[in-house]
Design a protein around this ligand. Structure first.
Ligand code: WQD
Length: 360
């Protein structure tokens, strides 16, 4: 276990942020810190790079304490919770690639379910019973209609989605057994984009699974074209429709959820989306405008498991958390493009404002 120390701001509520060096984790770390909390990162770097910690320090003007390890190490988690007197946990650590979960189900059940079980045991043993959990719109399976509300039927079409569903059920059983548990379950739609500084963003290993990093790589000339998986769906232009949400909005959603729980809000499950659906062809066009580059594409067969249309009804998160997504599609594409250019060394990242300054 290696820990990076930093003077924890006195009075700031300390939050254990699992997976805090990852794509959503790093953006949530910035948002939590700028909201006055003190995150302590727990990350095994199985799907993230320690260099993110240096980028976070550049952005925040101070190092974020980080413990290298897995949520599966119950003693490590318990010791960390005790040492830092954590007020709550934001649990983002987990594998999230649908296709990989179909090929390697045991890897997903072991990591996503085993990690959650061990985390909850560590939390119970240290009397830390406030949890924000990263779930996914994948738990809605193939919705009969859109937009999707939180009371829609739940189902799973792959081990990744199944692991999220089982984690949600574990939390429901825990709340039933002990009302002292407070949980905020956040069902993400499609996270995209990057911090406007270009210092942190999505950095998938190998071939990306998701549309946005692929658009960026085609625009950057790293791939010859995009394969569009089907143009015969029951959607306006025949291509798949999704609810793309800026990762900065998603990070703010975690702050709002944590703030609500710490203020005594009863446990909740909410959608975190924009409430708007965009097709693949609309995303191609938006990315070409944002990058000033062409994005050649060719039609390919449908991808197994893809649904036609999936986007959120966001009224519950607005009502319970006073949160809604504010960033538009062009910002998502522009920030993703800036990040792609900094990844490929074509532009220097520029920290926004003075380190540690509040967001504009
Ligand atoms: C979006 C659209 C594809 C790639 C997944 C997970 C979900 C969440 C987000 C974690 C679809 C089309 C894509 C390509 C394409 N992950 N597409 N060509 O599948 O909606 O959601 O990622 O929380 O849980 O299921 O996202 O970006 O893979 O696909 O045409 O090369 O783009 O068919 O319509 P998806 P995606």
């Amino acid at each position: 276990m290696t820990e990076r120390h930093s003077p924890l701001a006195s009075g700031a509520a300390t939050i254990l942020l699992t997976g805090g060096a990852g794509y959503l984790g790093s953006h949530t770390c910035v948002a939590l810190t700028q909201a006055g909390y003190q995150p302590v990162i727990l990350d095994d770097f199985s799907n993230s790079d320690p260099v993110v910690l240096d980028r976070l320090e550049q952005l925040l003007g101070q190092p974020t304490p980080c413990v290298r390890g897995s949520t599966a190490d119950t003693k490590l988690v318990a010791d960390t919770l005790k040492q830092h007197k954590a007020a709550a946990v934001v649990h983002l650590a987990g594998f999230k690639a649908v296709g990989e979960s179909v090929a390697e189900p045991l890897k997903y059940y072991a990591n996503n379910l085993g990690g959650m079980l061990s985390l909850l045991q560590a939390m119970a043993s240290t009397d830390c019973r406030t949890l924000v959990f990263s779930s996914s719109a994948t738990v809605y399976g193939d919705p009969a209609t859109v937009p999707i509300t939180e009371d829609f039927p739940l189902s799973h079409t792959n081990p990744y989605g199944h692991s999220k569903l089982v984690c949600e059920d574990m939390l429901a059983a825990l709340r039933h057994a002990n009302p002292g548990w407070q949980t905020g379950v956040l069902r993400y739609f499609n996270p995209v984009g990057a911090h406007p500084s270009g210092l942190i963003g999505e950095n998938p290993r190998g071939t990306p699974n998701n549309l946005m990093p692929l658009l960026a790589q085609v625009a950057a000339g790293l791939r010859p074209h995009l394969d569009i998986y089907g143009q015969d769906f029951a959607t306006p232009d025949g291509t798949g429709v999704r609810d793309y949400i800026h990762v900065q909005d998603l990070a703010q959603g975690h702050v709002a959820a944590l703030r609500a729980l710490l203020a005594g809000q009863p446990s909740f499950t909410v959608n975190l989306g924009t409430g708007r659906g965009q097709s693949v062809l609309e995303m191609v066009k938006a990315f070409e405008v944002a990058s000033g580059r062409s994005v050649p594409w060719r039609l390919a067969p449908r991808r197994q498991g893809d649904v036609a249309s999936c986007f959120a009804d966001t009224t519950l998160a607005e009502r319970l958390l006073g949160w809604r997504a504010t960033r538009a599609l062009h910002e998502m594409c522009a920030d993703a493009w800036r990040w792609q250019l900094s990844l490929s060394g074509q532009t220097q990242p520029t920290p926004i404002g003075r380190p540690g300054s509040r967001p504009p």
